[in-house]
Design a protein around this ligand. Structure first.
Ligand SMILES: O=P(O)(O)OC[C@H]1O[C@H](OP(=O)(O)OP(=O)(O)O)[C@H](O)[C@@H]1O
Length: 168
């Protein structure tokens, strides 16, 4: 699929960010995106993890397509669990705001190979935190698949450490 065409349409220069949600509204494009996100990983995973919120849209659809379970990494305060039932990571992302990401401590089985899906990676802060949470929960990272990943000094460690696939 020619993603360049779609990225043109997503470019919202007013705020210097992309709005990917129109891609989800087109059924054919959405189906293609999901299948392209999964393609390089050849069923080499047992779970998909998505980061709230747009990572839930892509990750949920990807898990369903792949026939594996989906596990959410939630923004702080959303999981209806006690503190000792959650793994937690504080991050400062592209927005400059501090955010908390949380994963239910028992959400993964030991030995789970996890594909982490999200819409984009800019500083890598949220993706790094999600991968750390997965590993703290005894999961192994099978790969990272996103619509767009900036590849620069800020994200170098992610590319060195993991198999990162970016559609555009
Ligand atoms: O590489 P980073 O600097 O961490 O930025 C990328 C992250 O920021 C966005 O999430 P956001 O918290 O804005 O939520 P959203 O999914 O609702 O857009 C995006 O979905 C990624 O998760």
């Amino acid at each position: 699929m020619d993603y360049a065409y779609y990225y043109e349409r997503m470019n919202t220069e007013a705020v210097g960010r992309y709005d990917v949600t129109p891609l989800f509204a087109d059924g054919d494009v959405f189906a293609n995106l999901v299948s392209d996100l999964l393609d390089p990983f050849a069923d080499d995973y047992t779970r998909v993890v998505g980061i709230e919120a747009l990572g839930f849209v892509l990750g949920g659809a990807a898990a369903c397509e792949a026939g594996v379970g989906f596990v959410p990494v939630r923004k702080g305060g959303k999981l209806p669990l006690r503190d000792d039932e959650m793994l937690r990571c504080e991050v400062t992302d592209y927005s400059g705001e501090g955010k908390t990401l949380e994963l239910a401590a028992g959400a993964l089985d030991g030995g789970d190979r996890v594909l982490v899906v999200d819409d984009w990676v800019e500083t890598g802060a949220q993706m790094r935190a999600a991968c750390d949470l997965v590993e703290s929960a005894d999961g192994e990272i099978a790969g990272i698949s996103v619509l767009r990943a900036h590849r620069d000094e800020r994200t170098r460690d992610l590319f060195e450490r993991y198999d990162v696939y970016s559609l555009g």
